[in-house]
Design a protein around this ligand. Structure first.
Ligand SMILES: [Mg+2]
Length: 183
């Protein structure tokens, strides 16, 4: 790996890890329904937290998807975390997106100057070559871990059932991977 100056290839999810998708949904929702109270989102079942219930899905997918994606903020420090480690790692974004959302996702990555070597829009992240995966969705992590590789959970309210490795920041993820390689 490092001995031949080849960078270690690592995979990072985008939404829930680097891009704060939920915060962006809430912001647009509050504008459209100023008098609705949103509950804290603690699972991926968004309809449980927004007063319009199941209609939140079409709200996101059909009505405001592009705006929500393009204007979503980063999680504080996430992009700096990538910059700090870009010289040591080959950074690959692996993100599951409906076909229509690819364009705003590529735009977001460019608009925010993400220092990444590759972007893969893919649902089966465990089929992608890479030493480790950082993701906020336990199903992705479980499939990845089954391939014998390092699966690391980005700590969020909706993934508290994951029992494996867990970090709170992007920087902490790279620290962990770095230690594994050099131990
Ligand atoms: Mg995610």
């Amino acid at each position: 790996m490092d001995s031949e100056n080849r960078k270690t290839r690592v995979l990072l999810d985008l939404d829930g890890v680097i891009r704060d998708f939920v915060k962006s949904v809430k912001k647009v929702y509050k504008r459209e329904y100023p008098d609705h109270a949103i509950k804290e989102v603690v699972s991926r079942e968004l309809h449980n937290y927004f007063p319009i219930g199941e209609r939140i899905n079409e709200f996101i997918k059909d009505k405001f998807g592009e705006e929500i994606l393009l204007n979503a903020p980063e999680y504080p420090g996430a992009i700096d975390g990538l910059r700090k480690w870009e010289d040591k790692f080959e950074i690959v974004i692996v993100t599951a997106q409906p076909d229509d959302w690819r364009y705003s996702t590529y735009s977001w990555i460019g608009n925010h100057y993400l220092p990444v070597n590759e972007v893969k829009i893919i649902y089966e992240k465990h089929t992608v070559d890479g030493f480790a995966l950082l993701d906020d969705f336990p199903d992705n992590l479980e499939l990845f871990a089954k391939t014998g590789r390092l699966a690391v959970c980005m700590d969020r309210p909706w993934n508290q059932d994951w029992k494996g490795e867990r970090v709170k920041t992007v920087d902490e993820f790279f620290e962990l991977v770095h230690k594994r390689i050099h131990s």
